[in-house]
Write a protein that binds this ligand. Structure first.
Ligand code: FAD
Ligand code: SF4
Ligand code: SF4
Ligand code: SF4
Length: 414
């Protein structure tokens, strides 16, 4: 039995939903449910502010996280930006004091929500003060790569693009004059264009660890509808009250819509697993000597800017062991000694959420996310721990016993 029959929503229920506000519906990516929920949460004072993402001016390649407390302003954040990779977990932790004193509704992709959950476990963010509104995700493009892809592969002016989308392994751009252009992702990515490499490998596509998961998969023909899955009691309450107050119109998703969504998710996961194999196999299959040479050369380019540490949602120590005063990494030593990458990798590899932020910021182009996520997958296989999925489940390296680490068959090598 679904929501409408009982007059209430239930965790796990799925809906096809639309905003009742024509203005929101016009600007929104799909049914405007995300923007309507944000507006409802602010107007009913359930939250003090909302955290969303918007383009700076008209520039779709220059996205910023925004904190909004005026309900009328929320509409400016409607729509999906596929070339924006802002760091929402760090934004909440660093600039909003971990939401310890503020109630927030936060919108994020699966890796954003997973990063937040890992920071909650480390007591850097207060979950009780958050409504997490997750977006399904097939991937993002680095702004610079996106511009290059649009010029060189689509023959278009990046500033003429008013929308982009990823559907059925294709990258679609919509131009100001109403035309659409499409290119195959596999072909583009084979040439070094397209999505960030962590996104190609990402296998968490529907953020069921959030309070509500919103997306387009499963929506029949009419694009102006959002497919919603209610994922927690908190999400249930917010969604139900927004429906009652007339902000959103819903119908239960039928079996066909649910099947279609599941099919799309599975195709995206299968593609991610193929990318993982393609990226990891060459590294995994090297001899020990080759591995050592390869990574030594990579980290020999490190300029010790600390960008990877500062971007990573998992790095949170106030007294970081990589600082010069801790005596492990010497001041002025560039590249730093091997303890720098070894310690950083060891500190985060059990909880890496594959957000790619470390690799995006590295000025030396070191494939950091590839290394750390590869190790994380290995640990996940051993400990059956997938980071960022469940706030109750603690990172294995902190909770594992010596006996477990020395069990036959448990090998944690690069
Ligand atoms: C990069 C990306 C890829 C996506 N891929 C898929 C997919 O493959 N399958 C699928 O079913 N759905 C996908 N979605 C979700 C879909 O595009 C819609 O966001 C979702 O259906 C909600 O629609 P809406 O009209 O209710 O949202 P709206 O009311 O339009 O609100 C959109 C919200 O998304 C936020 N937002 C926009 N860009 C970003 C960003 N880069 N990072 C974080 N937040 C952002 C805005 O701040 C706004 O709050 C993707 C979304 C994004 C951002
Ligand atoms: S890592 Fe996954 S969730 Fe994050 S932007 Fe890429 S595809 Fe989306
Ligand atoms: S190690 Fe890199 S990819 Fe993994 S969580 Fe940290 S920043 Fe993200
Ligand atoms: S971001 Fe790159 S260059 Fe900077 S400290 Fe990390 S590995 Fe070194």
């Amino acid at each position: 039995m679904r929501c409408q029959d009982k007059g209430e929503t239930v965790k796990g229920d799925m809906y096809l939903a639309r905003s009742s506000d024509d203005g929101i519906l016009k600007r929104a990516e799909n049914g405007g449910v995300v923007t309507s929920l944000l507006k409802f949460a602010l107007e009913t004072k359930r939250v003090d502010a909302v955290v969303a993402v918007k383009a700076r001016g008209d520039n779709r390649y220059d996205g910023i996280p925004v904190l909004i407390s005026d309900p009328e302003e929320v509409i400016t954040t409607a729509g999906s930006l596929h070339c924006v990779t802002v760091n929402i977990p760090r934004y909440i932790k660093e600039y909003l004091d971990g939401a310890f004193d503020t109630k927030l509704a936060v919108v994020g992709k699966p890796c954003d929500i997973r990063g937040i959950i890992e920071l909650v476990k480390r007591e850097q963010i207060k979950l009780d003060n958050l409504f997490l509104i997750g977006l399904n995700c097939s991937g993002t493009l680095l702004p610079m790569v996106a511009r290059k892809t649009i010029v060189e592969e689509f023959g278009a002016d990046p500033l003429d693009v008013v929308g982009e989308d990823i559907e059925d392994d294709k990258l679609i751009i919509r131009l100001r004059d109403g035309t659409e252009k499409t290119q195959g992702l596999v072909e583009l990515e084979g040439k070094g264009y397209g999505r960030r490499e962590n996104c190609r490998r990402c296998e968490v596509k529907i953020p069921t660890m959030a309070d509500i998961a919103c997306g387009k998969w499963g929506v029949p023909n009419n694009k102006k509808t959002t497919f919603v899955e209610v994922c927690s009691d908190k999400g249930d309450e917010l969604f139900q009250e927004a429906i009652k107050a007339g902000y959103i119109n819903v119908e239960p998703a039928d079996d066909k819509a649910i099947e279609e969504r599941k099919k799309k998710e599975q195709e995206a996961i299968d593609s991610a697993l193929r990318w993982q194999e393609a990226d990891f196999a060459p590294l995994r299959d090297m001899t020990i000597e080759e591995k050592f040479d390869y990574w030594w050369k990579q980290f020999g380019q490190c300029i010790k800017c600390y960008g990877c540490r500062d971007a990573c949602p998992i790095c949170y120590c106030k007294d970081c062991i990589l600082e010069a005063d801790r005596g492990v990494v010497m001041p002025g030593e560039v590249p730093p000694n091997a303890m720098f990458p070894v310690l950083r990798t060891a500190h985060v590899m059990d909880s890496c959420v594959n957000c790619g932020q470390c690799q995006d910021v590295c000025p030396a182009g070191i494939p950091l996310a590839r290394l750390i996520f590869m190790l994380n997958k290995k640990l996940s296989d051993v400990f059956k721990y997938q980071p960022g999925m469940d706030v109750e489940s603690l990172p294995p390296i902190r909770s594992v016993t010596d006996r477990e680490l020395t069990m036959p068959g448990v090998e944690l090598t690069l």
